[in-house]
Design a protein around this ligand. Sequence first.
Ligand code: UDP
Length: 413
Amino acid sequence: MLQGVDVGRQNLDSYRACVGDEVVEGLRTLAAPLRGARVLHVNATPYGGGVAEILRSEVPLLRDLGLSVEWKTISPGEENGFFKITKAIHNALQGDPRGLRDEDWRIYRETSARVAAFLRDDYDVVIVHDPQPLALPLLCGRGDAHWVWRCHIDSSAPNSTVWDRLSPYLAEFDAAVFTLGAFVPPRIPVGRVEIIPPAIDPLSPKNMPIDASLAKGVLDWIGVDTGRPLLVQVSRFDRWKDPLGVIAAYRIVKREIPEVQLALVGSMALDDPEGWEVYREISVSDTDDPDMFLFTNLTGVGNIEVNAFQRHADVVIQKSVREGFGLVVSEALWKGTPVVAGRAGGIPLQLGDGVGGELVDSVEQCADAVLRLLGDPAAARTLAAGGTVLVRERFLLPRLLGDELRLVGDLLG
Ligand code: UDP
């Protein structure tokens, strides 16, 4: 099945104060010839993870710009393990050498065909996010629409067997969009390739300005000691985001600074069945340490709490070993918080070389970088301020809207 996601309304004019009149006017000019264009975004989950985060902000703004935009998620039914299979494909695109069984490919195709039967064919442009709905155009027929595959994953070195199996599905698309040029896999069977990095919404409850005392109040209420140093990683419970590496780095830091605390804030996404396994592994290492906190969206940690964590933390960690982009990095930098992050995928676009924080390649480097930043809070905040400037210039939602409007405009000719 395909399920529509309800996103409410937005007015682009509210962004004038943040990005300036010129940017807003520029977007209205770009969108004017596209008024009424019927655009569908399809992904796998209405919450949890970066794609849902972006669509929730982007879809109402595109509507405000006059396009007729819908957002739908695929609901394959859990009984045949479809999302387990698509997570394995996701992992393989990120280089996991494990392949899929023929039986998995059969289920992928048959389930996709069932979902495809629900797709109407009256769109001008259909934007398909990531591998879960990738098979739709082959199975439902392309109709008159222009099809775009938006890959949010670091697919620079995919498992070649899995990539080859996906190729016939990909060949149906008119354009493919990646975050970085380096992510475009070899032998891509799509004529047009675009590079468009993601962006964060500066006005969403997760990123809106809240004052320090409110952030502190929220964390006090949650049970964190706001008088002591706090390290935070916000991310899905996913091995590529290396939560166990974060815990190992925290333990090294704790030897030097015994009062330090760690909060792992993780969301469970509908399409990520591995989340629970990773969550259980982390819970085991968490049991005897009162200074380690584990929170999820299922226990009431929502956008305002994430905002408070990212704002109040002394250091935000994002120790990914593979990362498409990592919205969380820009989210933290936007709030003026320094970030220590894995040198992976799209993360170095957002920080590095004395801007925003430090890039690391190991647990030890992560602990060293955190210790340096905790040891000199003034220098750490100055570093973070450079990251805020970079986010303002390159990673705010209006820039993303502009890039996508240009693409839709070109496709519709
Ligand atoms: N997120 C959240 N609550 C959590 C964990 C993550 O709201 O407990 C959000 C996070 O703030 C970010 C998104 O989920 O907006 C994750 O996007 P990112 O690009 O960092 O990673 P992805 O999950 O897409 O791999």
